[in-house]
Ligand binder design. Sequence first.
Ligand code: FAD
Length: 204
Amino acid sequence: MYGWMILAAASFVYIRFLYRFVGPHCSYRVAIVEWIGDILELTLTPRTSGMDFKPSQFIYLVVHKTGITPEPHPYSIACGYNLESTIKLGIKRAGDHTATLDLLEPGDPVTLYGPYGRFSEAFLRADRDCIFIGGGIGITPFMGMWHVALHSEERVEEDDLPEDLRRLHPEMMRRWKSPRVALFYVCNNEEQASFDNDINNEIM
Ligand SMILES: Cc1cc2nc3c(=O)[nH]c(=O)nc-3n(C[C@H](O)[C@H](O)[C@H](O)COP(=O)(O)OP(=O)(O)OC[C@H]3O[C@@H](n4cnc5c(N)ncnc54)[C@H](O)[C@@H]3O)c2cc1C
């Protein structure tokens, strides 16, 4: 009982006071801001070293700008891993925090905490065909896996990859073969399908 109480107290202190300094984080800058209806598509580029992430992981976004509340909010990474470590987010206007994001401009500094999540594990095991169904903004976590499924030409021999990359990116190895994927993007109407062009760009 006392053990659990101490653990709970330590967790509180860690997340409330220490996490912002010692939690895994990277400094990024807003590169492109695009509003499509009530969806904000945000492209972020690293200020120093970029974040390494698996497809479909999510980050906590903290914006450093007067007028935008600085608490962390989780968003899925809506793009595939790339050598420039550029990260794209799709953010739907939902409540207090997201309503203030129209103040964002290119050049604004942000901090990304993470990455977190194991959503792509079944896909990366590649032992079963996959059907992805993304409803509206729910398409974002599928974008990374969609990218990986379509970019087989960038794979290398297993021995040419350092151990940590091998663990994080099994899809980069030549022996990895993508499962068959069917992607459904379900929206009320065409105007809401803000990620349509990103999906089509991966095919071309
Ligand atoms: C792992 C993960 C990944 C995510 N990825 C994405 C993503 O890729 N894109 C994206 O857009 N979102 C994503 N989200 C959701 C996103 O984090 C939230 O939409 C965002 O943090 C909302 O912040 P907010 O302050 O604007 O909204 P909030 O003020 O927190 O409101 C959120 C919703 O709750 C309703 N609400 C608030 N208070 C009340 C109340 N008292 N009674 C009834 N309803 C209430 C609001 O109307 C709104 O619909 C993700 C969440 C998680 C957990």
